[in-house]
Design a protein around this ligand. Sequence first.
Ligand code: SF4
Length: 123
Amino acid sequence: MASEDRTQDYNDDLKRMSNKLGIPTPQSIETPITETSQLSQILSGWGNRIKDTFGILDEETKLMSEKRLLHCNVCYMRTGNTCDPRKKMKDNATGEIVTGCGCNISAKSMSPHSSCPLNKWDK
Ligand code: SF4
C-alpha cells in the first residue's frame, strides 16, 4: 500500500483499497478503543518499533519514546535492552519494592499505554 493511501484507520484503508482494486470490501477489523491488555501493549510496542525501522513512525510516538528512554538509559533496572526482572528497586512514589517487567525496553518505550514499573515515565 502506498504511503499516501495509509491512514490510522485500518477499516477506512481496507475500504479505499478494495474500491481502488474493484473487489468487495473485506469484513471490518475491530480495534480496541484503549490498549489495556498486556498483549495489545506488546504488539503495539513492536509494531511501532518496526515502523520506526522503516522510518514511518509518527513524530508524537517518537518523542514519547525518546523521553521515556532518558529514564531507562540511566536506570539500575536496565540490563542491556531489557527491564530486568531479576532486579528489584523501591518505587519512590509508592514505597513498594518492584521488579523489572522483563520487557524489551526499546519496543516498550514505543507502546503508548505501557507504563514503567517504577513510575518514572510521564503519564
Ligand atoms: S521501564 Fe522503568 S524500571 Fe524499566 S528500565 Fe525503564 S525506567 Fe527503569
